[in-house]
Design a protein around this ligand. Structure first.
Ligand SMILES: [Zn+2]
Length: 305
C-alpha cells in the first residue's frame, strides 16, 4: 500500500527521467487513450507530490493527476543504456514520438511515458486524469499539510485535530487533516510517542502533536530515500547515517516503483504483529479495524495524550 513517501519518491524519479524532455504519452491498455492524446509529444516540465497525489506538469499548462490507491504501481526504468566511453557518443539520440513498439508492454498499462532513455508504466491507479491548473489547486486545497513538503504548516493539521472528537488514529489517516500518512506510519508513529490511538483529537496535547509531526518529517524522507518505511530506532539511526555519508543514493537509484527498497530488514514495532509480544513491554500487540484499516497498538505502552 503506497503511502506519501512512495508518491514523493515517484515524483523525484519522474523528474530525473523526464523533466525537460519531449515525452511520448500513450495508453497501451486503451483506458486512458483520450487523456494520453492530450499530453503526447509535449515537454514534461516537472513532477511533484502532495500526500498520495502525484502531479505532473506538461507544457501548455496541462497537468496529469495520479493517485495510486491501494494497488497502483508506477514503475520508471531505463530502456536505453548509453554506450560507455570509447563506444562513441554517450548521448543517446533524441527521438521524440518514438513508437511504443520499441519497448515491450507487460500487463495492463494504463499510461506509458517514454523518452529516449526512460519508460514509465502506470498500472492499476484509482485516479489517472488530465487536469487544469485550477483543478490542481482545488485538489491541493482539500488536502492537509504533507510532512514531506517544505511549505507544510503543521498548525493547520493541529487546528483540525483539536476540533475533532474522532480518535487520533482515524484523524492521522484522514487526508484532509494530514496528507501522506497511511496505515504503517500511523500505527508506528503513535507507538513511538506512546499515544493512545483512541484518544479523541480534541484531547491531544499540542506538544504531543508537534512531536509526532517532527518525527514524521524525520522518518518520511527516509522512506523516500530507501523505498521502504523505516520506524525502528536502530534502523532509523543507520538510515540517517547512510543519508549523511551519501551511501543512501545507490539505494534510492535502485528503487524503480516496480521494485521496492530492500536495504533494511522489513520489521516494525507493531505493524502486522497481532498477538506477538510488544517489543518494549512484552504485552500482546492488539488490532482493530479503524478508518477502514487494521490498527495495531499496545494497550500498555500507549496511554499518553
Ligand atoms: Zn508495549
Amino acid at each position: 500500500m503506497p503511502e506519501g513517501h512512495t508518491t514523493h519518491a515517484l515524483a523525484e524519479r519522474l523528474d530525473r527521467a523526464f523533466s525537460g524532455t519531449v515525452v511520448s504519452v500513450s495508453s497501451p491498455q486503451g483506458r486512458f487513450a483520450d487523456g494520453a492524446a492530450l499530453l503526447d509529444a509535449l515537454v514534461l516540465v516537472g513532477a511533484s507530490a502532495w500526500g498520495k497525489h502525484l502531479f505532473v506538469q506538461f507544457e501548455g499548462e496541462r497537468w496529469l493527476n495520479v493517485h495510486l490507491g491501494l494497488i497502483g504501481k508506477f514503475s520508471v526504468m531505463r530502456h536505453f543504456v548509453a554506450p560507455g566511453p570509447g563506444a562513441g557518443s554517450d548521448t543517446p539520440p533524441q527521438t521524440p514520438g518514438m513508437p511504443n513498439g520499441r519497448v515491450p508492454v507487460e500487463g495492463q498499462v494504463r499510461l506509458r511515458l517514454l523518452n529516449h532513455t526512460w519508460v514509465g508504466d502506470l498500472r492499476g491507479p484509482t485516479v489517472c486524469a488530465v487536469v487544469t491548473p485550477e483543478k490542481v489547486d482545488e485538489i491541493q486545497a482539500r488536502l492537509g499539510p504533507d510532512p514531506l513538503r517544505p511549505d507544510a504548516d503543521p498548525d493547520l493539521a493541529l487546528r483540525r485535530i483539536m476540533r475533532s472528537t474522532k480518535p487520533i488514529a482515524e484523524l492521522l489517516m484522514d487526508q484532509t487533516v494530514l496528507a501522506g500518512v497511511g496505515n504503517v506510519y500511523r500505527c508506528e508513529v503513535l507507538f513511538r510517542h506512546r499515544v493512545d490511538p483512541f484518544r479523541p483529537g480534541r484531547e491531544i496535547r499540542p506538544a504531543t502533536w508537534r512531536a509526532i509531526w517532527d518525527d514524521l518529517t524525520r522518518l518520511m524522507p527516509l522512506g523516500v530515500a530507501f523505498g521502504q518505511i523505516l520506524t525502528m530506532d536502530d534502523q532509523v539511526a543507520d538510515a540517517l547515517a547512510e543519508v549523511a555519508d551519501g551511501s543512501a543514493a545507490a539505494h534510492t537509484e535502485a528503487v524503480t516503483g516496480a521494485r521496492l527498497g530492500d536495504r533494511f530488514e522489513r520489521r516494525f514495532y507493531l505493524y502486522q504483529r497481532t498477538g506477538e509480544p510488544c517489543r518494549t513491554c512484552g504485552s500482546t500487540v492488539r488490532t482493530q479495524l479503524i478508518a477502514g484499516r487494521n490498527l495495531f497498538w499496545c494497550g500498555r505502552c500507549q496511554r499518553r495524550r
